[in-house]
Design a binder for this molecule. Structure first.
Ligand SMILES: C[S@@+](CC[C@H](N)C(=O)[O-])C[C@H]1O[C@@H](n2cnc3c(N)ncnc32)[C@H](O)[C@@H]1O
Length: 230
């Protein structure tokens, strides 16, 4: 089944609200477990390794659920949560404030490939569910390379495109049947817009990041993990 792109930014108020109020507890806890394993395998070269203070960037942070989880897991991490959608960053700021992590998590409005930070500023580059939104996936890989210091830990998670429209429908029924119709529609469109693990491997090779490891972690998610080379 060919990829069908969806709009990049989630800047519609109803769409951002549906996303920010959805329950991603199970999926995001699982993503963070995979992130922790990736960080342990590729600790940033800072004092104390993964337990020390490090600068992280969360690309396409949405409502900052992942950024807040990262801040809670790593009490010395300083995180820049980047998104191009003002509506999403409004929900992100509310979540950051409610979690009381505003001293260490700041939001930045930027539409990639616009650079949200100076080059080579980050020890950790993390992103969940951004890749499938990008019409040109190389935007993510180029941004990760430019923002990460040599040796930076890179962890990207995303949806993985099923083989057929019937599989897409089955996944929507299995994982989003009781959700807001707006969220169901977005999940359906996102599965169609996602890449397969083989496509992501090709993207990484083209970006000079072929050493990063791509893994299918369940029937509709994949991860990319590794460290930037010096
Ligand atoms: C599906 S949401 C994922 C949000 C969050 N990372 C999470 O895991 O819950 C994708 C986010 O990427 C943002 N986005 C898409 N394309 C972007 C771009 N070119 N630059 C910045 N943000 C972008 C959207 O606005 C949206 O908030």
């Amino acid at each position: 089944m060919d990829r069908i792109t969806e709009p990049e930014l989630m800047d519609d108020a109803a769409q951002a609200r549906a996303y920010a109020t959805a329950d991603f507890e199970q999926a995001h806890s699982e993503i963070m477990r995979h992130f922790s394993r990736c960080l342990a395998a590729h600790p940033p070269a800072v004092d104390g390794g993964a337990d020390g203070a490090f600068n992280a960037v969360d690309l396409g942070c949405g409502d900052a659920d992942i950024a807040v989880r990262l801040a809670q897991l790593h009490r010395r991490a300083r995180i820049t949560a980047v998104d191009g959608a003002r509506e999403m960053l409004h929900h992100a700021q509310q979540r950051i404030d409610a979690a009381g992590v505003g001293v260490r998590v700041r939001t930045a409005l930027a539409v990639l490939p616009q650079m949200p930070l100076p080059e080579r500023a980050c020890d950790v580059v993390i992103s969940n569910s951004l890749l499938h939104h990008l019409h040109d996936p190389q935007v993510l890989w180029r941004t990760a390379r430019r923002l990460g210091k040599p040796g930076a830990c890179v962890f990207i998670a995303d949806l993985s495109r099923p083989d057929s429209p019937a599989q897409v429908e089955a996944l929507v029924q299995r994982h989003a049947a009781g959700e807001d119709p707006v969220l169901q529609r977005d999940f359906h469109n996102s599965l169609l817009a996602a890449f397969t693990p083989a496509e992501v491997e090709n993207q990484l090779r083209e970006a000079g990041l072929g050493h990063l490891a791509v893994r299918a972690i369940d029937d509709h998610h994949l991860t990319v993990c590794g460290a930037l080379e010096d």
